[in-house]
Design a protein around this ligand. Structure first.
Ligand code: F0G
Length: 408
């Protein structure tokens, strides 16, 4: 970093914005329009893009009232071409794989990485191998890998087991590994941070809250904000907080027990299958980002996640369960006065609501959570799920429901 001649920050900001109106394909990508900060390809002709990025930043009007955080926003990375934040890193890493001349790419995944990898590999005319834990990923994601033509192998193990098997496979076969330890994925995953800064006229928010699974995303975003500050594009870095599901919270436990010195893998359990990870590869980087930026790590329960997801849905936004941990975590951070009412907060929503529609339907039918899991949240949960019923085909019955809903 010290060796890089600092660019003219004003000129960079202008150029990146200007590219939004360009007809050139790479300019239209919300990742590659920032290509001055992505020194990873020799030849731009190798770029494989689905016009990822340029995702919306929404003001959360209702939730800002209920949490008391007036300036509360959601950066919705689920609005990417394959419906998750993985596209931002996949366009960069897959382009490198193409430039290096690989025919095959491979990943172990809880679902979203595999969907993104399969789509980008198909665009590039490459083959892809997906290892996923059998029965433990959402159907939407599994269907995507199949649809985009990946060799999709469901292994009778969990995500951590799939990672172990894949590391053996790549030692014996000429496949390019696209798990999140791939450094070029992290480069692409920096760009949502640039978009967030740009959206606030380069005044960065006070807090950025992200879900934590394999813990690559938090480190990519942290790297981006630190680089921006170094280059004079911004003057500060947001506090980056990572939220894990209670049943899959090795980072949280490590920070509580030994200030992030060591991490003990856990056998992960959560319905937020995207972050059902017990032995996260990038935990050391996540510890560094939390400590460097002054953020926190929290864990949240299954009922808190489900309620938060319903609240985001009721804003007309929606997301997959793993993304909703950010809102559940924000509530805890507000309660502990780590986030203050006047501060500007961005929640990073990582996946589209349609990724895991089974979860949403089970929640609204009252079939998702056991009573003992409700943790005193039963009334709030009940209030968010009074909108679904199955009736005989009768206008009278429909009118009665309409009346009941109006009174409520
Ligand atoms: N949110 C969603 C929707 C995810 O799919 C993931 C990770 C995360 C959050 C956590 O991000 O791993 O960078 O901390 N999904 C990976 C996958 C593991 O295989 O799709 P992280």
């Amino acid at each position: 970093m010290a060796e890089i001649r600092k660019p003219n920050a004003g000129a960079m900001r202008w150029l990146w914005k200007e590219r939004c109106c360009s007809n050139v394909e790479v300019d239209q990508s919300g990742v590659w329009r920032f290509r001055e900060l992505l020194h990873i390809l020799r030849d731009e002709a190798n770029i494989v893009s689905l016009r990822e990025g340029n995702t919306p930043l929404y003001h959360l009007k209702k939730i800002s009232q209920s949490t008391g955080i007036e300036q509360l926003f959601a950066k919705h990375q689920g609005m990417n071409p394959t419906g998750s934040f993985k596209d931002a890193g996949m366009t960069t890493a897959l382009s490198v794989a193409r430039e290096l001349g690989f025919e095959w790419v491979a990943c172990a995944s809880t679902g979203n990485t595999s969907a993104a990898m399969a789509a980008y590999a198909a665009r590039a005319g490459m083959r892809s191998l997906v290892l996923i834990p059998e029965g433990k990923i959402a159907w939407g994601k599994l269907s995507q890998a199949m649809d985009y033509g990946a060799v999709t192998l469901q292994l009778r193990t969990d995500f951590d087991g799939c990672v172990r098997i894949l590391s053996d496979v790549v030692k014996c076969a000429p496949v390019y590994l696209l798990n999140s330890v791939n450094p070029y994925r992290l480069e692409g995953q920096k760009t949502p941070a640039l978009e967030i800064a740009e959206a606030f006229d380069w005044e960065v928010p006070d807090h950025l809250i992200v879900p934590g699974g394999n813990l690559a995303n938090s480190s990519a975003l942290g790297k981006a904000f630190l680089e921006m500050q170094h280059l004079g594009l911004t003057t500060k870095t947001p506090k980056i907080s990572v939220i894990q599901a209670e049943g899959a919270s090795p980072l949280y436990r490590s920070l509580q027990d030994n200030a992030g010195e060591t991490l003990h893998p856990v056998e992960a359990q959560t319905r937020a299958t995207a972050i059902r990870i017990g032995n996260p590869a990038s935990w050391k980087k996540a510890v560094r980002v939390i400590q460097q930026t002054g953020g926190w790590c929290e864990q949240v329960g299954e009922a808190e996640i489900a309620l938060a997801k319903a609240e985001l849905g009721a804003e007309g936004i929606g997301c997959e369960p793993a993304s909703a941990v950010t809102l559940a975590g924000l509530k805890k951070l507000v309660k502990h006065e780590r986030v203050l009412p006047h501060e500007r907060v961005v929640l990073l929503l990582t996946g589209h609501t349609l990724k895991d529609s089974d979860y949403t339907i089970a929640y609204h039918r009252g079939e998702l959570l056991r009573p003992d899991e409700m943790q005193g949240l039963a009334p709030e949960i009940e209030a968010t799920r009074k909108n679904a019923a199955e009736l005989d085909a009768s206008a009278d019955l429909v009118l009665r429901e309409l009346e009941r809903a109006t009174i409520r």
